[in-house]
Design a protein around this ligand. Structure first.
Ligand code: PLP
Length: 405
C-alpha cells in the first residue's frame, strides 16, 4: 500500500468543501457562509419543509424494515416522479414511453445519463458556457469531451439569445446537450418563454439530444407549472429527451440523495431495453438506491394534502428568496455611495433561483474572508444565507472591498 500510494497524483480539493472547513474554523460571530447550494432559514440553520418532515414521520411509523429495493427503484416512485414533471395527462406516460430510474440525487442522475450516452457511442457533450462544474467533471471522468455553448453574457448580465440559438443551430446534428432552463446554476437566469418555440424548432430540425437538468424546481418562476413548461412543450412536439431530476433543493433533503433519471423511449419495448442498460450501469457503479427516501418521496407525492402543502411552501420560499436578492442588491446600491462607487446592481434583479451571480464580487472573495464572509471565487452567492440581520454588514463590506480594487 505505501508503495502504491507513492503513485498518487495530487488533485485539487473541492472548493466548496474547503470553504466550509475554513468557515467552521472561523470563530467570529459575524461569520456567514454564502458559498454552497443549500437553502438557509432566517435563523441560520438549514431550511426544512413541514410537509417533508411530516412525510418522514409517517414513513418511520409505518415501516420497521429497510429492505433492498430494485436497482431502478419502485414503480410507484417512477410514476409519481414522472407525474410531477410531465403532468397527469402526459401522453408519454400513457404510452409507457418514459423509462425512470431512482438515482443518488441529481449528480447520480447526471452521471447515469452521461454513462448511458457513452454506451450509445456518443463522444462529446455540450454544456453552456456558464456551467455547473460537476457536469464537466463527470463528462471528463467518463472520458468524453465537454464542449461549450454560448449562453450567459456577463456584459449583458443576461443570456445572449442570439449567440445561444446560433450555436444550437450550428453544432452538428444530433449533438448531446445538458441544459438547465431555469434558475440556472451558477448564472441564475431563466430561459425566457418567448424563445421556447424557436428552441423547439431547432431541436426538431437538428435532432439534438437534450438532458434537462431540473435541479431547482419551482425556484425559477415560483411556479411548478411554469418551471416545467419547456419540458411539457417538448413532449407536445413529440421530441424524445432525457430529464435529470433531484429533490435535494426542492424538498431540502440534500443528504438523503434523492433523484431520478427519465429517458423518453420510442415505445414500451424499447423502454425495457433502456431500463436494462441503466440498471447495468447503476449495478456497476453503486448498486441500489435508498429505500427510505423512496418511501418519503412517495408519501409526499401520493398524499394530496402533503403534496399541496409542499408545493405551496416551495413557491412561497422561492418568492422569499427572490425578495432577499432584491433587498441585497438595494443594499449594495445604498452602501456603495459611501465609497463613491457607481456600480449597476439593478441588472442582477432579473436573476432567479437560490443564488445571485455577480462575477465582479468574485474578484474580492479572498478579501471578504478577512471580514468573515465566505463566497466562492466565481461570484456565485447563496442568497438564502443573507438575512435582515446580516444584509447591511455584507453589503457594506462588499462595497468596502470593491473600493480597494
Ligand atoms: N445540477 C445542478 C445544476 C446543481 O446545482 C446540483 C447541485 O447543486 C445538482 C445537479 C446536483 O444535485 P444533488 O445535490 O441532488 O446531487
Amino acid at each position: 500500500m505505501d508503495k502504491a500510494l507513492l503513485n498518487l497524483k495530487s488533485t485539487r480539493g473541492d472548493i466548496i468543501l474547503e470553504t466550509a472547513l475554513d468557515y467552521i474554523k472561523d470563530k467570529s460571530n459575524k461569520k456567514v457562509n454564502l458559498s454552497f447550494g443549500a437553502i438557509m432559514a432566517e435563523d441560520g440553520n438549514y431550511y426544512s419543509f413541514k410537509s417533508v418532515n411530516e412525510a418522514e414521520k409517517i414513513v418511520i411509523e409505518q415501516y420497521k424494515d429497510k429492505p433492498y429495493i430494485f436497482t431502478n427503484g419502485t414503480k410507484e416512485f417512477s410514476i409519481l416522479t414522472q407525474e410531477l414533471l410531465f403532468g397527469k395527462n402526459s401522453k408519454y406516460m400513457k404510452e409507457k414511453r418514459i423509462c425512470t430510474i431512482q438515482t443518488i440525487g441529481g449528480d447520480g442522475s447526471i452521471f447515469l445519463a452521461i454513462k448511458f450516452l457513452k454506451s450509445l457511442n456518443i463522444k462529446c457533450i455540450y454544456v453552456t458556457n456558464s456551467y455547473y462544474v460537476t457536469h464537466v467533471t463527470m463528462i471528463k471522468a467518463c472520458d468524453l469531451t465537454p464542449k461549450y455553448l454560448n449562453f450567459y453574457d456577463s456584459n449583458l448580465g443576461d443570456i445572449n439569445y442570439d449567440l445561444f440559438l446560433n450555436d444550437l443551430k450550428n453544432i452538428e446534428d444530433g449533438s448531446c446537450i445538458i441544459l438547465q432552463t431555469f434558475a440556472c446554476n451558477p448564472c441564475s437566469m431563466n430561459i425566457k418563454e418567448e424563445y421556447f418555440e424557436e428552441i423547439i424548432d431547432i431541436f426538431l430540425k437538428k435532432k439534438h439530444i437534450v438532458v434537462f437538468d431540473v435541479a431547482y424546481l419551482c425556484f425559477g418562476n415560483s411556479s411548478l407549472e411554469k418551471d416545467v413548461l419547456l419540458i411539457r412543450k417538448f413532449e407536445e412536439n413529440g421530441i424524445a429527451f432525457i430529464v435529470s431530476q433531484t429533490f435535494s433543493k426542492c424538498m431540502a433533503i440534500y443528504g438523503s440523495r434523492a433523484g431520478a433519471l427519465h429517458i423518453i423511449c420510442e415505445n414500451k419495448s424499447q423502454r425495457q431495453s433502456v431500463a436494462n442498460k441503466l440498471c447495468s450501469i447503476a449495478e456497476a457503479s453503486y448498486g441500489t438506491p435508498s429505500v427510505h427516501v423512496n418511501r418519503v418521496i412517495c408519501e409526499i407525492l401520493r398524499n394530496e394534502k402533503l403534496k399541496s402543502s409542499w408545493i405551496k411552501d416551495l413557491c412561497e420560499l422561492s418568492e422569499h428568496i427572490n425578495n432577499k436578492r432584491i433587498l441585497f442588491l438595494e443594499k449594495l446600491e445604498f452602501h456603495q455611495k459611501k465609497y463613491n462607487l457607481n456600480y449597476e446592481w439593478n441588472k442582477y434583479k432579473k436573476q432567479r433561483g437560490i443564488f445571485v451571480y455577480i462575477p465582479l464580487i468574485g474578484k474580492i472573495f479572498e478579501k471578504l474572508r478577512f471580514y468573515h464572509i465566505y463566497i466562492i471565487h466565481s461570484g456565485r452567492i447563496n442568497v438564502s444565507g443573507i438575512t435582515k440581520d446580516n444584509v447591511d454588514y455584507i453589503a457594506d463590506i462588499i462595497c468596502l472591498c470593491l473600493s480597494e480594487l
